[in-house]
Design a protein around this ligand. Structure first.
Ligand code: FAD
Ligand code: SF4
Ligand code: SF4
Length: 642
């Protein structure tokens, strides 16, 4: 490594800064200290912000590296399968998520600072759809523990937990009230957003690992807590929030005021009777958009012969393009520019000519002489701390409607499970998703806090690790600050057919003699997320994002088919190549090419693995920082691991 030319005998120290020093005092000082420097390159892995923003913690950079061809599969395996297996370590639902996840990962993506985020969600859908088409299956575990776990609720949280438990060798049984699994994905999210074949395919793959199912069984009614305790070694609660809420305004209990969850459940079951022509939806979030679009789809359809129970199936109404002069209004307390629902969903509603009213609060339901709702009276409002506040002097107005649907939130149904109710119709969880005061009982998903599918999947996965520790009688490991599925250098070496050699860590630390992995590799992924300011963004030429073909809902309703088309393989590869590989070597050769001392070299091909592409000859390094400055991914730090 670089050493003092003035005083070769001086003791090397890696510490040139006082505690609390965070920035360079001068550029000269950053590089040289009295003509020499000990600040040679070190290789630091950090978590990219896409992964940091994905609630199920997918190793996004990892599977994008596979799709782009940087990380190659073992002989005989297709890259599509390799990518699928990397992705599904965290999330067994890529085809579903690729369609309905609002993709917080894309908001976090560092590429937003260059031109536009990477189309992570689109590549995820490609991986999921390819896997379904190719029939990839999950392997059953190699070792069985024989431990039985009751997973109550077969929604995304329960399915994710059962999947991870099975991977760990346990025997989960999903106990589900409904005849089929999927939770809100099956009974809430409309079918035109997630086709049944896609959902069925991804659920079936989990069950085929050896996950048992007990359907049509409601815990708390058909099965008691004492029976769970008797028959199982641990319990996971993923029972979601199946009850819709109504607003406490006068008239809300009129018979034609319903909640959105019941409305969608009936639609997805293919059974929805008497949908009138004028419908008012009160909401503003994604659920209310689903309610609105379904209402728009059904409103004004021919109700059939009088006196006959009405049955609409999705296919019947899909065949009809005309909306029969029906009017559907969606109202929200938020100004329309701040509506909570995702822009894609709002655009869908607009494409269906839904009347959108923002910044208004319902003050009462207007009733006719028979006590049925005939409309809603509104007042203009602003939102403070998520609550509507009436604007003084704002004129009230009325919207006419024959059906009022509340889509303003959900709550859990803990009938028969009162011991678990935290008083807010929810179940509390600690940091490891164990229920406080109920050892062996874990929980996740909407029943903890209603959020997204990806959050429920993440909860299920973390809870499975907690259950695993509980079953082993071990103290569960403290969760890291950045709790995601990470790149693992040892796994990468193993994949490349390289195994570690013994070495004397203290003797070789800070030198280039440590041939065990990447010398001076520092894995900070569990505590640091790499920012765009740590990258050399100028390396990446602007490149437009490859978008999936999306059709407006009006067209989907008219002619059927999917709303979002999956990418072609070459499009997925091209899009994955836009990833900047934040926080991990992208094998661009910049550091090798630009090092003025020729101190940075490529590792021999036979020793190459992801993350181990270059090494520094410290006897040549003068600490000039050039490699650090030209590294586009922020993988090189100066300071030998400080
Ligand atoms: C209309 C709608 C649209 C949505 N759209 C999106 C979207 O586009 N993207 C997104 O990310 N999220 C969306 N969400 C949110 C997402 O669906 C939920 O966050 C997710 O389904 C929560 O999963 P879960 O497993 O916790 O609960 P659920 O999906 O509700 O599953 C719970 C399961 O437990 C079962 N159960 C309940 N009680 C019992 C009991 N006592 N015994 C046995 N079984 C029981 C239920 O029948 C159900 O199958 C939407 C939600 C709704 C309502
Ligand atoms: S699950 Fe959602 S947040 Fe996670 S990678 Fe997929 S799209 Fe992004
Ligand atoms: S550029 Fe790639 S690694 Fe970086 S945040 Fe975006 S998707 Fe993640």
């Amino acid at each position: 490594m670089a050493s003092s030319v003035q005083d070769p005998g001086a003791k090397s120290t890696f510490r040139r800064y006082r505690e609390g020093d965070a920035t360079w005092r001068s550029w000269r000082e950053a590089i040289f200290q009295a003509g020499q420097s000990h600040k040679c390159p070190t290789y630091v892995q950090r978590t990219p912000p896409c992964q940091g923003s994905c609630p199920s913690g997918e190793d996004i950079r990892g599977w994008l590296d596979i799709v782009r061809g940087l990380d190659t599969p073992s002989a005989g395996q297709a890259w599509q399968e390799y990518a699928f297996r990397r992705l599904t370590r965290a999330n067994p639902f890529p085809a579903v998520m690729g369609r309905v996840c609002p993709a917080p990962c894309e908001k976090g993506c560092n590429r937003n600072e260059r031109d536009d985020h990477v189309g992570i969600n689109a590549v995820e859908q490609f991986i999921g759809d390819t896997a379904l088409a190719a029939g990839y299956r999950f392997d059953p575990p190699v070792d069985e523990t024989g431990k039985k776990v009751a997973v109550v609720g077969g929604g995304p949280a329960g399915l994710s937990c059962a999947y991870q438990l099975r991977r760990l060798g346990h025997r989960p049984t999903i106990i589900e009230e409904k005849p089929e699994l999927g939770g809100m994905l099956r009974y809430g999210v409309p079918r035109y957003r997630v086709p049944a074949a896609v959902l069925d395919g991804e659920v079936r793959r989990i069950l085929e690992m050896g996950v048992e199912v007990r359907a049509n069984c409601r815990v708390g009614r058909d099965l008691g807590l004492d029976e769970l305790a008797r028959d199982y070694d641990a319990v996971f609660w993923g029972i979601g929030t199946r009850l819709g809420r109504k607003l406490p305004i006068p008239g809300a209990d009129a018979p034609n005021c319903v909640d959105g969850i019941e409305f969608l459940r009936a639609f997805n079951a293919g059974l929805l009777s008497a949908v009138p022509k004028r419908i008012i939806v009160i909401g503003g979030g994604d659920t209310s958009i689903d309610v609105t679009t379904v209402a728009r789809k059904l409103a004004g359809q021919d109700p059939g012969a009088p006196g006959k129970p009405l049955t609409y199936t999705a296919d019947m109404v899909t065949a009809q393009a005309a909306f029969g002069g029906a009017r559907v209004a969606l109202t929200t307390i938020f100004p329309l520019e701040n509506i909570q629902a995702s822009p894609r969903e709002v655009a869908d509603a607009r494409s269906l000519n839904v009347d959108l009213h923002g910044g208004v609060m319902p003050v009462r339901i207007l009733l006719d002489g028979d006590g049925n709702a005939r409309g809603v009276r509104y007042a203009p409002c602003r939102v403070e701390k998520n609550q509507p506040v009436r604007i003084d002097g704002g004129a009230e107005f009325e919207v006419d409607g024959d059906l009022v649907i509340f889509a303003v939130g959900q709550k859990g149904d803990l009938t028969g499970l009162e011991a678990l109710n935290n008083g807010r119709d929810a179940i509390s969880a600690d940091a490891l998703f164990e229920v406080p005061g109920h050892p062996g009982h874990f929980v996740g998903g909407d029943i903890v806090t209603p959020h997204l599918l990806t959050s429920a999947i993440g909860h299920g996965s973390i809870a499975a690790e907690g259950i695993d520790a509980y079953l082993a009688g071990a103290q569960p490991a403290k969760r890291p600050k950045v709790d995601k599925h990470q790149f693992d250098l040892l796994r990468a070496l193993h994949h490349a057919g390289l195994e570690l050699t013994d070495y004397a860590h203290d003797a070789v630390r800070g030198t280039c003699d440590a041939g065990f992995a990447v010398h001076n590799f520092d894995d900070r992924a569990e505590r640091e997320i790499i920012k765009s300011s740590d990258l050399f963004l100028g390396h990446y030429a602007p490149e437009p994002r490859i978008e999936r073909k999306e059709r407006r809902l009006a067209e989907v309703f008219a002619v059927g088919g999917e709303r979002i088309e999956t990418l072609l393989a070459e499009q997925a590869v091209a899009e994955a190549k836009r990833c900047m590989s934040c926080g991990l070597c992208v094998e661009c050769d910049n550091c090798v090419v630009y090092c003025p001392q020729k101190a940075v070299k490529k590792v021999p091909k036979a020793q190459h693995a992801i993350g181990r592409y270059v090494f520094t000859d410290y006897s040549r390094c003068i600490g000039c920082h050039v490699c650090h400055d030209v590294c586009p991914t922020g993988y090189i730090e100066m300071g030998l691991g400080e």
